[in-house]
Design a protein around this ligand. Structure first.
Ligand code: ATP
Length: 536
């Protein structure tokens, strides 16, 4: 694992400015640190020799103030950079995946971990580790150069002993990486087992075996605890080892300087500067070692984010000939499909072949036997799948699937999902009225702010279907794709929903998959799909 990969700056441009400021602050802190060593030794020399103290003391106080301001600025910039880079990584990842064809998106569990814990762990990496890395790159070099001018024997000792610190840090880091890996495996084992037990709990309880799982979960948790404690022990021990090593190195400089001072081979001021500067060469390296433990996850996550954002597969998916891509024409309410063919990944036979379809403003219904590819056609037009053959031209479309997504949040949030969250109450109630859902929602204690459970729990299947239809009416998309929009509705509600769909089709291009003859009767165009190989 590299401590810092410059690719990050290309993938996350929001990181450039704060990292440049952090580097500048790091350099300024290095200069201020060296200047403080000189000012402090001048004060001590003035006290010992009884010379006027005012000037060196004023310099020292001024330098302390400057260092305080620099430290404060560094902390603030680092904290806001951490938050900005972490949020930027999450937003870019989600946008990147959302834009990618469904077939090229990562596995949902992996995507969730990366966008959630992964993006969060980037924050300490940027806020704490990178500033430490900047200091480690600037301060030791500066301290050694100045020391070489002031007292070259001390500089020589530092130059000879300084490489020991990164060497030990790297050795300890390699051991920590294995221990961290073991901890993650134990954690994954624990979560996987816990999930299995929770899933199977009703069955286990029914057969009176639930109690037995307590011991198994206890054992797996203990394994995770032991792995965590081993990592922590290693982290504390490694910090202590680096600390000890750095102290010994400083002590060597101090002893040599002390001996030369007592034999009169050195000025008091020079000796003080050497003793004050020597630790400054070691501590930034020590700090990098200490911060490495908290930043290891973030560095890995950042690499993973960069890899996803620069995914050559995805880049080539976007670069495939325009004929197989959706063209985004925001204004035209028109869908054109020519010679469309699609074979699902892993399937041997195409589900669609040589399909022609032109749909403008109005209602186009798509019918056909079950499994013929109606939902696949809508997913292709929506851009969720990439066609294997042919072309599709469509503006960004609003798709209502057979199992529409409802988030465990308020009705308001669900209505405005994917649209403008600031949509006014009046428009929301009007949309609900259109689908006949205003009464049931008004009867809820919190009205529009009433919460829904997972997958719309709290609403009947028919009410869910009407809610997503209301969401479609609020959408600004000029193309609406509806997959069996009235399948779950009773005849009265279905008739109301059909009216809404017909009203929507007056100004937009609505393509609806349906088995309902009532909706087919309202259509301006009717496309009946036949299984591939069967003449239309
Ligand atoms: N992700 C997938 N991978 C492989 N095959 C798939 C996938 N999704 C759908 N299929 C297959 O593609 C064919 C068309 O499916 P699709 O859902 O488009 O049919 P449909 O006409 O909408 O059916 P229904 O009317 O029952 O909803 C089916 O044979 C289905 O098994």
């Amino acid at each position: 694992m590299r401590p810092f990969d410059p690719q990050v700056l290309r993938a996350l441009p929001e990181a450039r400015r704060p990292l440049a400021v952090l580097a500048a602050v790091g350099v300024a802190q290095g200069v201020a640190t060296v200047a403080t060593a000189f000012a402090l030794s001048s004060v001590v020399v003035a006290v010992v020799r009884g010379t006027p103290l005012g000037e060196p003391a004023a310099y020292l106080v001024g330098l302390f103030v400057v260092r305080g301001v620099l430290a404060l600025t560094g902390e603030r910039v680092a904290a806001s950079a951490g938050a900005a880079v972490s949020a930027g990584a999450r937003t870019r990842l989600l946008r990147h995946w959302a834009e990618a064809p469904a077939g090229r998106r990562p596995d949902p569990a992996q995507a969730l971990v990366l966008a959630d814990q992964g993006a969060t762990s980037i924050e300490p990496y940027v806020a704490r580790f990178l500033p430490a890395l900047v200091s480690a790159a600037v301060v030791p070099g500066l301290a050694v150069v100045v020391l070489a001018f002031v007292d070259w024997p001390s500089a020589l000792v530092v130059v000879l002993t300084l490489p020991l610190l990164p060497l030990f840090a790297a050795l300890i880091g390699a051991t920590t990486r294995d221990a961290t890996q073991r901890r993650w495996q134990a954690l994954a084992g624990l979560s996987g087992h816990f999930l299995d037990v929770v899933r199977g709990l009703p069955t286990l309880a029914a057969y009176g075996r639930a109690e037995r799982q307590t011991a198994v979960i206890g054992e797996v948790s203990q394994r995770h605890r032991r792995a965590t404690m081993a990592t922590l022990r290693l982290a504390f021990l490694s910090s202590a080892a680096l600390e000890l090593l750095a102290t010994i190195c400083v002590a060597i400089v101090a002893v040599i300087v002390g001996l030369r001072l007592s034999h009169g081979g050195m000025e008091l001021g020079t000796a003080l500067v050497a003793i004050l500067l020597a630790p400054e060469a070691y501590w930034p390296v020590r700090r990098v070692g200490a911060e490495f433990h908290s930043a290891a996850d973030g560095a890995t996550a950042l690499l993973e984010v960069t890899r996803h954002l620069a995914d050559p597969d995805l880049a080539s998916a976007r670069a495939v000939p325009a004929s197989t891509l959706l063209e985004t024409v925001p204004t035209a309410a028109r869908v054109e499909v020519h010679g469309l063919g699609h074979t699902h990944p892993g399937a041997t036979h195409p589900v669609l072949h040589g399909l022609e379809l032109t749909a403008g403003v109005g209602l186009t219904v798509v019918t056909g036997p079950s499994g013929v590819g109606k939902s696949t056609l809508l997913a292709l037009v929506a851009g969720l799948r990439t066609p294997t053959h042919g072309t599709i031209t469509s503006p960004a479309a609003h798709l209502v699937t057979q199992r529409p997504f409802l988030t465990p949040d308020s009705i308001r949030t669900n209505l405005t999902l994917g649209g403008d969250p600031a949509t006014g109450n009046e428009a929301l109630w009007a949309a609900l009225r259109q689908v006949g859902l205003d009464g049931p929602v008004a009867a809820l204690p919190d009205g529009l702010d009433s919460p829904l459970g997972d997958d719309g729990r709290g609403l009947s299947a028919g009410q869910r279907a009407r809610l997503v239809l209301a969401r479609a009416t609020l959408s600004e998309a000029t193309v609406l794709l509806l997959d069996e929009p009235t399948a779950h509705l009773d005849p009265t509600s279905a008739a109301l929903a059909h009216e809404v769909i017909a009203a929507l089709a007056e100004r937009r291009c609505v393509i609806a998959v349906t088995h309902r003859p009532e909706l087919v009767a309202l259509a301006d165009r009717h496309v009946h799909l036949q299984p591939v190989g069967v003449p239309a």
